[in-house]
Design a protein around this ligand. Structure first.
Ligand code: ADP
Ligand code: MG
Length: 753
């Protein structure tokens, strides 16, 4: 047994050493070795990298300015930095691995410690076993010394010892197993305890919660009880109240019932009357449609009668309106006729810088304070007087006063206003009546006559800031047309022409050099027209301005010296106004001819030759033709020499018949111009004086107003024409009380008896 035990012991020792060697090769150790090897490899690699790095740095430091491998260098540097980064990473990895190795070593030490412990245990076990062995040997020795029986027992024991030993081993292993079981059970127990503890904790929490809930429940129960109590009380109270109320109501209902009963008794007769009323109403409703129809019929009849009456009144009014219109036109014509169909005005321009200084520029023209138709010219020391229809002094403005103001003063009988207005010398105001008569279908000519520089263009065209007759006339036309737009449709067209050396040219046409001809209308009306003359339709002042500008540009581009040229040609602006009365279908056509004549100065008869002489001859011819025509017209001669010049031929329609003509004779007041001024004024007087001639007087009388008109005029004007403030007849009126205009009219009335 001892031997076998020893052998077993040896075997176990061997087993232990084997186990130890085996343990030395555990996973951890293998891993450690592997890591150490990896570590070593990485170290090697790092060293190699560093070597490479050094090599590269050395290369970089080497001067290589002209090195052709700059790109290569950059690439290498890039690679270098890459490698450095890698080295850095590797280093970090290395540190990590070191740490891991450290951890592994620690674990290994732990395992070794545990191994030592188990070795010590094993030694103890051995000790114990050897002790038992000794005991057993001693027992064996003592037993050997005992008698035979004992030997037997020993033998039995020996035999049984193996069994015991086996049992021992089994017991040991069982013990081991049980121990393990106990360990496990302990572990389980520990866990169970922990669980128990946590459940206890939970239980405590739950208990606390339950308590809380119970308390809450208790409270709620109490509250509910209280509420129930209150509700019970309330209910009782409400029942009581309802009961008492019901009793009261019941009483009231009873009372009501009694009242209703009495009411019922009294209402019965009312019901009877109501029924009666209802029946009668029903009858009325039945009859109502008939009644309505009848009423409607009568109302309709009344309305249609009223409409008929309104219609007839309207017709009457329209008839009256037309009659009034006719009358107004007649009156207007009469008024213009009263003033003369051909009127001659004089306008004296102010002395200008161009007139120079000294005696040459002295003023030679004076006026009559009491008579606005007279002016005096100092010529060669003698004062010559001239009488025209009206004279505008230098201070006369271009401006316009409202078209009606003149006559409004007369109608209203406001003598002061009348006098004030008559005293104001405003050029356009005098022209207004002529312009408006164009709208009624009359032809009008306005001429500016005079020597060059006397103010013809100023009067006709004016300046941008102070426009002349042309602009103002068109503006007036537009405003008049607008005022009549309710009944009339008007179209206004404008043409501009020039007559130079007896040649007619279109100023608005595409071919200004083209000569235009004046022809008879092919329709047999005897009217004249100019084929090819451009007409622009104008609708606003802006349109006119555009037309004027266009004409101006044409004129400027066509001649080298505009001033010179314009003084040698007649400029015509022809405005045609066509109207249609929408209610009557009446059509009217009026023409307004605005003529800036060529300079009337006489060109030195001896000096002039060639084209200058031809120009002068043409101008002279056409101006004297104009004078002749006006003279013939004014003296009502049978033959009017229209064909003697292009100008008069072109304007034939606008000079003859019912047409109205205004001759604005422009003069310069300067001393140096007196002979030309004298000529112009003589021309003016010649044209105008016709009505005083013995032949024309008869004819003129025909054009004077009828006796009836004279009566009206007298009643209007006599109060401040023939009465003096003192009441003595024919006494000379105080200055300022008589306007120059009224003096002129008085003279006319005297002349005509
Ligand atoms: P015409 O056309 O007869 O040759 P203009 O109209 O050209 O003469 O006038 C000559 C000059 O006299 C211009 O400078 C003009 O401005 C000026 N003039 C003419 N009339 C007047 C006036 N009534 N008031 C102020 N200046 C005038
Ligand atoms: Mg001019």
């Amino acid at each position: 047994q001892v031997e076998t035990l020893k052998a077993k012991l040896l075997e176990q020792a061997q087993e232990i050493s084997r186990l130890r060697s085996e343990q030395g090769g555990t996973d951890a150790e293998k891993h450690r070795d592997l890591l150490a090897a990896e570590n070593e490899r990485l170290r090697q690699e790092m060293k190699a990298c560093e070597g490479e790095l050094r090599e590269l740095q050395r290369q970089q430091q080497a001067p290589c300015r002209d090195c052709p491998h700059l790109q290569e260098n950059a690439r290498l540097q890039e690679q270098l930095s890459q490698l450095q980064r890698e080295a850095e990473e590797t280093r970090a990895k290395l540190v990590e691995l070191d740490l891991e190795v450290q951890q592994k070593t620690n674990r290994l030490a732990e395992v070794e410690l545990r191994l030592k412990d188990s070795l010590a245990e094993r030694a103890e076990e051995e000790e114990r076993l050897s002790r038992r062995l000794r005991d057993s040997q001693e027992t064996i020795a003592s037993l050997k010394s005992q008698p035979q029986q004992i030997k037997y027992i020993i033998k039995t024991v020996e035999v049984e010892s193996a069994k015991a030993k086996q049992a021992l081993c089994e017991t040991q292993s069982r013990n081991q197993y049980l121990l393990e079981q106990v360990g496990m059970q302990k572990q389980v127990l520990k866990e169970m305890e922990q669980q128990l503890q946590s459940s206890r904790k939970t239980e405590a929490q739950l208990r606390a919660q339950i308590m809380m809930y119970e308390a809450e429940l208790e409270r709620a129960h109490g509250q509910m009880l209280e509420e129930m109590q209150a509700m019970e009380e309330e209910k009782n109270h409400a029942i009581e109240e309802a009961f008492s109320r019901a009793q009261v109501e019941m009483k009231a209902v009873h009372e009501n019932l009694a009242g209703v009963r009495t009411n019922l008794l009294t209402l019965q007769p009312a019901l009877r009357t109501l029924t009666h009323d209802y029946n009668s109403l029903k009858r009325q409703v039945r009859d109502f449609p008939l009644l309505l129809q009848e009423t409607l019929r009568s109302a309709r009849a009344e309305i249609s009668q009223a409409i008929e009456e309104v219609h007839s009144t309207n017709r009457e009014l329209l008839r009256k309106y037309r009659r009034e219109l006719q009358l107004r036109k007649k009156c207007h014509n009469e008024l213009v006729r009263l003033k003369g169909n051909i009127r001659v005005f004089g306008r004296v321009r102010p002395i200008t810088k161009e007139d120079g200084e000294g005696p040459e520029a002295a003023n030679a023209v004076t006026f009559d304070a009491d008579d606005d138709a007279v002016l005096y010219l100092l010529h060669k020391g003698k004062q010559v007087s001239f009488e025209l229809d009206k004279v505008f002094p230098p201070q006369a403005s271009q401006e316009e006063v409202g078209a009606t103001s003149h006559t409004a003063g007369v109608k209203g009988g406001g003598s002061h206003l009348l006098l004030t207005l008559l005293c104001l010398p405003q050029v356009f105001q005098e022209v207004q009546a002529l312009v408006t008569s164009c709208i009624d279908g009359y032809n009008v000519c306005i001429f500016a006559y005079g020597q060059t520089g006397a103010g013809k263009t100023y009067t006709m065209e004016g300046t941008a800031a102070n426009p002349g007759i042309n602009q103002r006339a068109l503006q007036l036309l537009f405003s008049e047309v607008r005022g009549k737009a309710a009944d009339w449709d008007y179209t206004i067209t404008v043409s501009a022409a020039e007559i130079y050396n007896e040649t007619l040219r279109d100023l608005l046409g595409k071919e200004p050099q083209e000569k235009l001809e004046i022809k008879l209308c092919p329709d047999g009306s005897g009217q004249l027209y100019v084929p090819g003359l451009t007409e622009f339709r104008v609708q606003s002042v802006e349109d006119i301005n555009k037309v004027f500008e266009f004409g101006h540009i044409k004129r400027v581009t066509e001649c080298t010296n505009l001033n010179e040229h314009s003084s040698r040609s007649h400029a015509l602006l022809i405005v045609t106004i066509r109207g249609l009365d929408r209610s009557t279908g009446l059509r009217t056509t009026g023409k307004l001819n605005l003529v800036d004549l060529a300079g009337s100065e006489r060109v030195g008869r001896s000096g002039a030759e060639g084209s200058r002489l031809r120009e002068a001859q043409h101008i002279n011819k056409s101006l004297s033709a104009l004078g002749d025509v006006i003279y013939a017209l004014r003296s009502r001669q049978g033959h009017v020499p229209f064909r003697n010049s292009k100008l008069t031929y072109l304007l034939q329609d606008s000079l003859s018949g019912d047409s109205k003509t205004l001759m604005m004779v422009q003069v310069s007041p300067a001393e140096k111009n007196t002979s030309e001024t004298l000529c112009s004024l003589k021309f003016a007087e010649r044209v105008r004086s016709v009505e005083l001639g013995p032949v024309s007087r008869k004819a003129e009388l025909g054009s004077w107003p009828s006796q009836e008109h004279l009566e009206v005029l007298k009643t209007l004007l006599v109060p401040f024409l023939f009465t003096s403030p003192t009441g003595r007849g024919h006494a000379s009126p105080s200055p300022g009380q008589l306007s120059s205009r009224s003096a002129s009219i008085r003279r006319k009335l005297h002349t005509s008896g």
